[in-house]
Design a protein around this ligand. Structure first.
Ligand SMILES: [Zn+2]
Length: 369
């Protein structure tokens, strides 16, 4: 089975908007309530892992008596809040994330609901959802008949637009493709990647211009008095620009990953820990920061759909310091050295050398080197 998500713009009525706002609020409320209780349990048993495992955790159902208005919203949305909290704790226990945090009003306005007994249906530009009934939406793409809808995530953006992401499942067993063409990619902060054939992906000019504009508008925002009319106006301007940029980036990442998945049978990349990396390099605020993660997930499914492969190699592999010609590993290589030079006489652009090494390492994995 494979999954694919389809995203569409939603056009709720005023009444539906109110119910959506209420649902976002209830989901956040229940999440925070459950977190509060789990923190108490955690504090009590944190030194006794076995006892902690045996504890029963709160469910949304238990709050419905005390807070009857919770019954007015989609109960599946509340159940998903519980699952999300569970995942947050699993990530924390496995060391992948920090301790779960409370969701404040600024948190993403979103909830997920599931298909149960045909409660979700599509018909003629409308989608039927629990509690909301028929909501108008712009279906610019058909969902193939063999795809089964599993869940829907509804989101309101900061500029007040509504979107629905429809998650589908379908039977897909692509025939594994014989691997002939392999390419290695070296991650690059500025251009996304440099490949083992010396090609660079380049963010389009309009995208980079929009980024510069965003920096300027953010600076204007920081000068406005918080809460004033002009601040609100500027904040909306910044949010709109943010949305535009993230859409442009997504388009670009789709195009780039599509191109590679078409050209090659196998793509080799380094398994970078983007979160750690952005923290280390103080790129936390950068709008680039989720580009690589999104790009690799696009690549992954686009290759898989065709029976092709994405190989991630260990992030500690010395891709930059190794000579791609003779294999000798240099002891040090400063960031300012843009050209890689080896004692063997090999000379190459630093990033291209790294990309070739990544490709070789991937081929070793495939045992076709
Ligand atoms: Zn060499």
């Amino acid at each position: 089975m494979a999954n694919k998500a389809y995203q569409f713009r939603l056009y709720p009525t005023k009444e539906q908007e109110q119910l959506l706002a209420k649902t976002f609020g209830c989901v956040r409320f229940v999440y925070n309530k459950m977190l509060e209780e789990r923190i108490q349990i955690y504090e009590k048993f944190k030194d006794d892992k076995e006892a902690l495992k045996k504890q029963t955790f709160p469910t949304p159902a238990k709050y419905k008596k005390e807070f009857p208005w919770l019954k007015e919203v989609d109960s599946l949305a509340l159940a998903n809040a519980q699952l999300n909290l569970q995942k947050a704790f699993q990530n924390f226990f496995s060391g992948r994330a920090g301790f779960p945090k409370f969701k404040n009003r600024k948190a993403k306005q979103s909830y997920t609901t599931n298909v149960v007994n045909g409660n979700i249906k599509l018909s003629d530009g409308y989608i039927k959802l629990p509690k909301l009934k028929w909501v108008k939406f712009k279906q610019h793409r058909e969902i193939p008949a063999h795809h089964i809808i599993k869940a829907c995530t509804l989101t309101k953006t900061k500029t007040g637009k509504y979107f629905i992401s429809i998650l589908t499942e379908y039977k897909h067993q692509p025939v594994p493709k014989e691997i002939k063409n392999v390419v290695g990619l070296d991650f690059s902060m500025n251009t996304l990647y440099v490949d083992s054939e010396g090609k660079r992906a380049n963010y389009p000019r309009f995208y980079r211009q929009a980024l510069e504009k965003l920096t300027r508008e953010q600076r204007v925002l920081s000068r406005r008095r918080k809460g004033s009319n002009r601040w609100h106006k500027q904040r909306l301007k910044v949010a709109k620009l943010h949305e535009k940029i993230s859409n442009q980036r997504k388009d670009f990442l789709h195009k780039e990953s599509h191109k590679l998945a078409k050209l090659y049978d196998c793509v080799v990349i380094e398994d970078l820990n983007m979160k750690g990396m952005s923290q280390a390099l103080h790129f936390g605020q950068s709008v680039h920061d989720n580009g690589w993660g999104m790009f690799t997930s696009f690549l992954q499914y686009k290759l898989a759909e065709q029976g092709k492969k994405l190989i991630k190699i260990d992030k500690w592999f010395p891709s930059s310091k190794t000579c791609s010609c003779c294999g000798q590993v240099r002891e040090s290589l400063s960031l300012s050295e843009r050209t890689f030079r080896c004692e063997c006489g090999f000379e190459s652009d630093r990033d291209v050398n790294a990309a070739i090494n990544i490709k070789h390492e991937g081929m070793k994995r495939l045992a076709i080197a």
